[in-house]
Write a protein that binds this ligand. Sequence first.
Ligand SMILES: *Cc1c(COP(=O)(O)O)cnc(C)c1O
Length: 369
Amino acid sequence: MACDFISLAAPGVQKLSPYQPGKPIEELERELGITDIIKLASNENPLGCSPRVLTAIESGMSELALYPDGNGFVLKKALSDFYKRPLEEITLGNGSNDILELAARAFLKPGDEAVFSQHSFAVYPLVVQAVGATGISVPAVEYGHDLVAMAAAITEKTRIVFIANPNNPTGTWVEEGELDAFLMAVPENVIVMLDEAYGEYVQPGELPDGLDFLGRYPNVIVSRTFSKAYGLAALRIGYAFAHPDITNVLNRVRQPFNVNALALRAAVAALGDQEFVKRSRELNAAGMQFITDGVHALGLGVIPSKGNFLSINLGREGLPVYEALLRQGVIVRPVTNYGMPHFLRVTIGSQAENERFLVALKTVLKAVA
Ligand SMILES: *Cc1c(COP(=O)(O)O)cnc(C)c1O
């Protein structure tokens, strides 16, 4: 018998169940032998990315033998100029998931606690457990963060609180006033990770901008990504703004070349094309309305969302509907692992994809009725 390698793993790691990503199109093609599949399962941008990104990547192709700039100076300078904040506040990540993990590795040890909301992003409990700390999941209210209860859940063991605004997979959000009151209540030695992965999809001025809190609350980290509205999910690039001392700590645990050279170039080009971001936001808003109306017409409810996705309440087990949608060539996301077994999460796609999804959903619901 082979050695029990699982028992050799660190205690936190033994209990981990890996993140379940959306099903890849190629996998479903292999399984069903069908083509013409659409994927509305990973909150990817149906417009792709800015054409400027392709030019930027081409210009980096001749330098693949060289290590990237481990400090990512050019991108940091671009972010610093764009947001009018000091360079010393910026950490770059291999996706913003990397940022979440850096914070967990830098600030948590076994015995420490990290607070997050029920139904919030699955990566929070993962990064917390991986370092042997204890995740405290605070019951949600109407599927959204209960910031009053989250503040009350903070103990002297708490080192990090994770807040996703808007949250994935629910699309729920927190308002300026409640966030401000929460930050006021949080002790200064507790890090607040404000995850704004979907910030670009929010209409300007509609939700609090995490960066506005940095001055008043030096314990805040604002994390953002190029994976969603900028359409660079494949390249893995995200960033955070935080107090220079927090930034210093995050950079101690960061791998020296955590962000690749093509991603660095691509992100600079993407940041420079805000017209693309605006088009993405507008397409999303129209698609959100279209799918919401279509779902209501089928007699189903949704959780109001400010992301580029919508959680639909089927009023019945979601998994069989998910499976039936797969057979129609439509990949969405089951959220049973988020404690939402009666919901499916669908990413807002192009108009054609949204129409195809609604037709498939209608067909499938009729069949399983
Ligand atoms: C998608 C997502 C992220 C970012 O993922 P990366 O691709 O690693 O940047 C972060 N937080 C939430 C809530 C997300 O949904």
